[in-house]
Design a protein around this ligand. Structure first.
Ligand SMILES: *Cc1c(COP(=O)(O)O)cnc(C)c1O
Length: 398
């Protein structure tokens, strides 16, 4: 589960460098290139920066992805600072005027409109801040899927009441506005729909087909071209099996079928987690071992204030144990456990600070190193770093 070069690096780290995040940039590059190669040419890949916006991650992806999806003015400024020429799609609910103006000034390639009020605001701001340019938008729509397509999803953003995107009738009102004289140079290029995360390839394809069909029906009714369809991200990541990967070839084949015979259609996807989850590791060490009411606990240096993923998602973070690289320096015996199951926790004074519950371990001793896998997405950057004021981890790009 832990590649040899990551394992070696963890063993070499000075104890003072723990906890540490390690990112495998070469592995990420190879993975992103394989994803790109599995998809038809007419499918563009944008990386959803919110999954992990670290500059080293963005630059490693540059070249394999054709652009970046940002969801705030902060992400917009950050991605442009790291990759000045990047093609950017700006989405997300609750865009402020300041953010919209920044996007207009930067000339972002697409703005994903989330509400009718936002469209009105954008049209007014575009007339003032980008009067000489076309402003290309996609309408983010909660496209009706019918049936039970999203049943297996980890998170849903569509199909139920949500603050995301436009209901279909609202979207049609927006199209009306965009076709009229008041739209100025704001042009609708197509539809954006990010309806769920945690979908397997077959479900992704079925969802994409419905989004494309809905888009075509609405385009015909309004007699406009909606030639671009962004079917979102949300490709499944299985935290119970670190060796499993989303079936990109199957997605590619399914999207190729959707594109067949539609020369005017272009598709875009915007995955986050499934691109970067696998390239990150959070390495730390066992500080203490104890028993409580018959259960074994290992207290690790650090905690979910560094790696919030297991607390946020309510899963066990997969991990491997590496024996302590140092001889035990004390006259008393090294504490160790051979309990059948151990719960791995961090240093925070809250019962929620749990990495993994009742996991089988062969043997665990104080000073052993524990390496959590799948810590490359929604990990450090979603964590409440300063809660309890422990030191931050160190970062290593290997
Ligand atoms: C978060 C998000 C994504 C990425 O989702 P993943 O599950 O990380 O692939 C894509 N598009 C939008 C609009 C999002 O909010």
């Amino acid at each position: 589960m832990i590649p040899p070069h990551i394992r070696a690096r963890v063993t070499d780290l000075d104890p003072e460098a723990l906890p540490a995040y390690l990112y495998d940039r070469a592995g990420l590059r190879a993975h992103a290139a394989a994803v790109r190669a599995a998809l038809p040419e007419r499918v563009e890949v944008h990386y959803a920066a919110k999954a992990n916006p670290a500059p080293e991650i963005l630059t490693a992806l540059d070249g394999s992805v054709s652009g970046f999806e940002v969801s705030s003015g902060g992400e917009l400024a950050h991605v442009l600072a790291v990759l000045p020429g990047a093609r950017i799609a700006f989405g997300g609910p609750g865009k402020t005027e300041t953010e919209l103006i920044a996007a207009l000034r930067a000339g972002v390639r697409r703005i994903h409109v989330e509400s009718r009020a936002e469209l009105h605001r954008l049209i007014a701001l575009a007339a003032r801040h980008a009067p000489d340019r076309d402003v290309d938008v996609l309408l983010r729509v909660d496209v009706p899927l019918g049936g039970e397509l999203l049943r297996g999803a980890a998170l849903t953003m569509g199909g139920d009441p949500s603050p995301f995107g436009l209901d279909p009738d609202e979207a049609e009102q927006c199209l009306h506005l965009l076709r009229g004289p008041d739209a100025g140079r704001v042009r609708v290029r197509g539809i954006h729909a990010h309806l769920a995360s945690g979908l397997d390839a077959d479900t992704q394809v079925a969802v994409a087909a419905r989004i494309v069909d809905w888009t075509r029906t609405v385009a015909d009714r309004h007699r406009i071209a909606l030639s671009e369809v962004n079917v979102g991200g949300g490709m499944a990541v299985d935290y119970t099996d670190p060796t499993a990967r989303f079936d990109w070839s199957r997605l590619g084949a399914g999207l190729a079928d959707i594109l067949a015979g539609r020369a005017d259609l272009s598709l875009r996807i915007e995955p986050g987690r499934a691109l970067t989850a696998y390239c990150g590791w959070y390495a730390t060490e066992v500080l203490d071992l104890k028993r409580s009411h018959g259960a074994a606990f290992a207290v690790l240096r650090g905690g979910t204030h560094h790696l919030r993923t297991p607390a946020a998602k309510g899963h066990d973070q997969p991990f491997a144990v590496l024996p302590s690289p140092h001889p035990w320096p004390h006259p008393w015996p090294r504490p160790q456990t051979t309990a059948a199951e151990v719960t791995l926790v961090g240093q925070l004074c809250t019962p929620k600070d749990v990495f993994a519950r009742r996991r089988p371990v062969a043997r665990l001793a104080v000073g052993d190193r524990v390496v959590f896998a799948m810590a490359g997405a929604y990990a450090w950057n979603i964590s409440h770093h300063d809660f309890l004021m422990h030191p931050h981890p160190t970062f290593h790009h290997v």
